[in-house]
Design a binder for this molecule. Sequence first.
Ligand code: DGL
Length: 244
Amino acid sequence: MIGVYDSGVGGLSVWRELVKLMPDEDYVYFSDAAYCPYGPKDPSFIVERACAVTDFFLEKGCSLIVVACNTATAAAISYLRAHYTIPFVGMEPAIKPAILHSRSGVVGVLATAGTFKGKLYLNTLARFSGDVKVIERVGEGLVETVEKGILDGPEVEALVHRCIDPMLEAGADHIVLGCTHYPFLQPVIERLAGPAVTVVNPAPAVARQARRLLGKKEPSQKEGSTEFNSSSKDISILLRLASL
Ligand code: DGL
C-alpha cells in the first residue's frame, strides 16, 4: 500500500500520475484539509502534522509514503527520513530541467512561501541557476481556489495573471509549478501564458521515482484501489477532483 499525503487536494495531481504508472497498486490518500494551506505556516507545525499523517499511514500498513506536497517536503522530509524507517518520496522543485531547457534565460517559479524558504529549493537554485534569471512568485490565492474546486473562470484568471504576468514581462519561457495544487490550474496557466511558454509539472517524474523505489517494472493485471481520507469532514471536492 502506498500512502499519498498533501495539505489538501493538491496531492491528487501526483496521485493520478502514480495511478497511471502503477494502476495495480493500492493507495491511501490523506488530505490535511483541516490545516490547509500549509504555505504560510511554521515549519515545526508542518513537521508535527507530517508525523501524525505518517503514523496514520503506518497503521494502515503502507510500505511507501509519497509526500505529494512541496511545502511539507521542504519543512519535514529530512525529519521524517531521520525518524522513520519507511521510505519517503518527496517533491523535487523542478527548476533544474526548466533552467537547462530555457532559451530566453528567464524562468518563472510558482510556489508557496514555505517552499521558497526551504533548504531544498534554495540549494537547487544555488546549484543550477547559473546565468539564468529565476523569477519567484508566491501563488497567492491559488491553493484556496483549488480547494474550493474552482479551476477556471474570471476569478482564477485574475489570480493567475497576477502571478505570471511579471514572469512573462521579464521574458520567461518556462513556468515551474512548485506546488501540487497548481497542476489543476495548468490549462488556465497555459492559456494565459501562451504557446511560447512551457509549463513544467514535476508530478510525472515524482511518480517514476516512486516506481523506481518500489523496484517495479510492468504493472500486473490486478486492479488497484484508493481509499480517500481527510482531516476535514467534507471530502466532496476531494472526490470530485479525484474523478477528473
Ligand atoms: N500542495 C502544497 C504544495 O505542494 C501545499 C499548498 C498549501 O497548503 O499551501 O506546496
